[in-house]
Design a protein around this ligand. Structure first.
Ligand code: ADP
Ligand code: MG
Length: 872
């Protein structure tokens, strides 16, 4: 790859990452979503900043960076408008975006109250011969729309659409041959991943606007996000005294009242421009406007803030076709129309359906359709775009959601069946009087009922000739490690080796100690494999492993390096499995001859999600905590309560307990947060807790230092550990009883739960303080959930609700399929039905010989991603 294309592709990756972030934030309802590492706005700012440095000539990046500096402090309406503007900047086709004429000056002109408004507008300019300012006004109803010719083309051929040729299967029709598309627009579609007429038909609307049950202007209340329809009553344009901002105000009336929409126009303007601008919104034209209702402070009249305007029909131009497609009943609104206008999309999708709809094959057997009360695919695809009424829309959605979930479940059931055919798996017998019995004798506690049950399930898998494919779910502190160790012993007893892979060095190191403690008395040795080990040490370990001296290899992903070879790998255990990519697991598996696989997770997965992601895994649950554990008392605090918390820590330390103080990752960079944690550490050690010994732990420390810090904390030499989130998973120091999490509002719920799980691991009462300035309602609600429950499942469900499944597990990591329509919470019932059907079909016809039409489902997009899941 030459340097330019390399730069290009990283930019493309960044742009699509930004696009995803925007989508997530929109779904999260503009809460400035907390990702794993940063907030949404930080992510946007940082990425833009990076791009800004890399592509200094492209002024979009500095604009975007600017837009997000104030984002966290803005109200929702402003956030919505920023998100929209970012999309415009990112996705308006390259060709329509020549370099801005006076970016610097324009930037200076940005009005203060309208964050970035003028800036953006001054940067994104059309290819047309219009003056540089005009596009920035962005008032044009067709601002996102393709050049005019296409619009005309669309409207005119309406009557010609009726196919004369026999309809073709849309999967075989290239996008450029869809009426109204053509070679130029097809490039834009292809960038969106739309290559065929079928892809276009599968570009589902985000929602529908209901023209019949529309809101009347009279009924509008401030704060609502609404869409209203009406006619333009008047358009006025005013110029500010300094002449650098113009305001265009459009009044829309619907017979019950009126509402105004204002636009600020940055940059110098003149009468000619304003007039042209006004002409785009002729009096009497029908418009649709969506935005947030507010009351003008001075005139107390209603207005729509940051409204999107769409002209529905101009005077004397109410073409019939337009009428039926764009204004009748339920009108589809499409997601992220990158360079594609709404009306344009509606029309070409309509064209594609007209031309090819008849040829769309039905793959679901009639029996399945009847059983689940589903309409036909053709009807559903029409209905999802252009429903006659709400019932049809719902029936269409139900059918398509079923398809998505069903194809996934079918794939998983098929996989399961294939696994079961694989008879060559290892068999480990559980023998009396072996390692297991001795191990139990040495163990200072009795296993809980749940631990016993799960171990039995594992032993059963190991003893059978089918390969084990089991996930152990257990809330933090439920005691998964012991069970893992016992599983390893079963394999070792039979002369095999086991591998234990953990996501962080700290955790791998801790497991190593624990396993050593348990296994050395049995005469077995363990080896530790970390990325940063010296060559000499590593060589020694590798030899010992290959020769079979080491029974259990414990490590981070360093274990999957090619040089690490086993003599006889029989069992793989993956702790905190959601932290690993699918490929990493597969690679480790390849080191043995069909080794058994045991995965563990403390991130409990709601059942619907588990069925989707782990449909081919057996799941065991450790649903009981060791006896005597008291629920952790959790309290949300503000930074003003600092002294109180410090006093509390002091009191606990006097009682012999220990505490963690966690600082979140800052600005997506571990080195910066390491720096911040270091500064806090110094402050706390010298000025706040001079009488105690504090430890400092962060990701930038050398492995040896990390080891010794953890050891000093474990041994009680340090009373307080100041740290970053490196201690998030797995760390086990039962004597610690206080967890203070600073800036708790920056974490996801599951992450807070994981962190909190570092305490409450012994019999003593433990406490967790979540420190945050939780100003917004959502932030407050999130912390409330943490205060109210210690149950990881409840928290996970809430997290799923708040963040959606992709974020929940990390789409890329889990191989989570893209579900376009299905919602794992709302569609739980459909999921159960789809699963039942899939299992029945595979049971009766495992190779789909009698259901050959279903093979399509396994091969389509969702099916492909399902393939990834198998190695989990
Ligand atoms: P997690 O499931 O979070 O990985 P661990 O395996 O680290 O939990 O166990 C948490 C703590 O509980 C450890 O200190 C472990 O020694 C202890 N533990 C595990 N099982 C029991 C038990 N049955 N009774 C008492 N303590 C136990
Ligand atoms: Mg653990």
């Amino acid at each position: 790859m030459n340097p330019t294309t390399a730069a290009q592709s990283t930019r493309e990756t960044d742009v699509s990452a930004l696009g995803r972030a925007l989508a997530v934030e929109r779904r999260a309802r503009y809460i400035d979503f907390h990702g794993k590492r940063t907030t949404f706005s930080q992510f946007m700012r940082q990425t833009a900043d990076r791009l800004c440095k890399r592509f200094p000539s492209d002024s979009r990046w500095s604009t975007i960076r600017g837009l997000y500096t104030q984002y966290p402090n803005l109200d929702v309406a402003s956030r919505i408008s920023i998100v929209r503007r970012t999309e415009e900047l990112l996705f308006v086709p390259e060709k329509e975006k020549p370099t801005p004429v006076e970016p610097v000056e324009a930037r200076r002109d940005a009005p203060v109250g309208e964050p970035g408004a003028a800036r953006i507008r001054s940067q994104h300019q059309p290819q047309t011969k219009q003056a540089a300012h005009e596009q920035p006004l962005h008032l044009s109803p067709t601002a996102h729309e393709p050049p005019l010719q296409q619009e005309e083309e669309l409207v005119l051929p309406a009557k010609k659409i009726a196919p004369t040729r026999p309809p073709q299967d849309p999967a075989t029709v290239e996008i450029k041959f869809v009426k109204g598309v053509g070679p130029k627009m097809s490039e834009i579609f292809q960038r969106l991943g739309i290559f065929t007429a079928l892809d276009l038909i599968r570009h589902y609307p985000r929602h529908h606007l209901d023209f019949q049950n529309r809101l009347l202007i009279r009924e509008l209340k401030p704060g609502q996000e609404v869409t209203v329809f009406g006619t333009i009553k008047s358009v006025g344009a005013f110029q500010s005294k300094r002449g650098n901002i113009s305001i265009v105000s459009i009044v829309i009336g619907d017979g019950t009242g009126s509402v105004s929409v204002s636009r600020f126009i940055g940059g110098k303007s003149n009468k000619y421009l304003l007039d042209r601008f006004k002409n785009q919104f002729p009096k009497g034209a029908q418009v649709m406007a969506s935005g947030v209702v507010e009351r003008d402070r001075y005139t107390s009249r209603l207005q729509l803030k940051n409204a999107e305007l769409e002209i529905l029909s101009e005077l004397g131009d109410a073409s019939e076709e337009l009428g039926s497609l764009h204004t009748n009943r339920l009108v589809p609104v499409y997601p992220l129309t990158e360079g594609l206008g709404l009306r344009y999309l509606r029309s070409v999708i309509h064209n594609a359906l007209e031309a090819c709809g008849e040829a769309i094959p039905e793959h679901l057997p009639e029996s399945v359709r009847l059983q689940n009360n589903l309409i036909g695919l053709r009807e559903a695809l029409w209905g999802i775009h252009f429903p006659d009424d709400v019932e049809i829309k719902d029936a269409a959605r139900k059918r398509l959601v079923f398809d998505e979930l069903f194809s996934l479940q079918l794939q998983l059931a098929h996989r399961r069946y294939q696994n079961s055919l694989n008879e060559s798996a290892l068999k480990f017998e559980l023998k009396e009087g072996g390692f297991i019995d001795n191990f139990r004798k040495e163990l200072p506690f009795k296993l809980t009922g749940a631990q016993e049950r799960v171990f039995k399930e594992i032993a059963c898998d190991l003893a059978s000739s089918k390969p084990m494919h089991r996930l152990v779910q257990g809330d933090v502190g439920s005691g998964k490690t012991v069970v893992a160790a016992m599983a390893a012993l079963v394999a070792i007893q039979d002369g095999y080796q086991a591998a234990v892979m953990a996501p962080t060095e700290i955790l791998a190191e801790q497991h190593f100690r624990q396993f050593q403690k348990w296994l050395t008395p049995l005469g077995l040795s363990c080896g530790l494999f970390l990325g940063k080990q010296g060559t000499k040490e590593r060589k020694l370990m590798q030899q010992a492993l290959l020769s079979g001296q080491i029974s259990v290899a414990i490590g981070t992903h360093a274990l999957i390096q090619d040089e690490v070879e086993f003599s006889k790998l029989g069992l793989i255990i993956i702790d905190e499995q959601h932290r690993f990519g699918v490929k990493q697991r597969a690679k480790l598996k390849a080191k043995g001859y069909n080794p058994e696989l045991l995965t563990m997770t403390a991130t409990p997965i709601p059942r619907t999600l588990a069925l989707t992601v782990h449909g081919d895994l057996d799941v065991s649950e450790i649903d009981e905590l060791p006896p005597g554990r008291k629920p952790i008392q959790t309290k949300a605090m503000t930074p003003a309560d600092k002294r109180q918390i410090q006093g509390f820590i002091r009191a606990q330390v006097k009682l012999g307990r220990q505490a963690y103080i966690v600082f979140p990752l800052i600005e997506e960079s571990e080195s910066l947060s390491a720096k911040a944690a270091t500064a806090e550490f110094e402050e706390l050690q010298t000025n706040v807790f001079p009488e105690m010994k504090l430890g400092l732990m962060h990701g930038k420390l050398k492995p040896q230092t990390k080891e010794s810090v953890m050891e000093s904390f474990r041994s009680g030499e340090f009373q307080i550990l100041v740290c970053t989130t490196v201690i998030e998973v797995g760390v086990d120091v039962p004597n610690a009883s206080v967890m203070v999490i600073e800036n708790a509002d920056r974490f996801g719920l599951s992450q807070l739960h994981q962190l909190r799980g570092r305490v409450g691991r012994g019999a003593d009462q433990s406490y967790c303080y979540l420190v945050a300035n939780a100003n917004s309602e959502t932030a407050r609600a999130r912390l409330d959930i943490m205060e109210q429950t210690n149950d990881g499942f409840v928290i996970a469900e809430k997290d799923l609700e708040l963040r959606g499944p992709g974020e929940f597990l990390g789409t890329r990591q889990s191989g989570m399929p893209d579900l376009l329509l299905a919602d794992l919470i709302l569609d739980a019932t459909i999921l159960e039905h789809a699963r039942k059907c899939a299992i029945e079909i595979i049971k009766s016809d495992p190779n789909l010989t009698e259901h050959h039409t279903l093979k399509v489902l396994i091969k389509d997009k969702t099916g492909e991603s399902a393939q990834l899941i198998q190695s989990g």
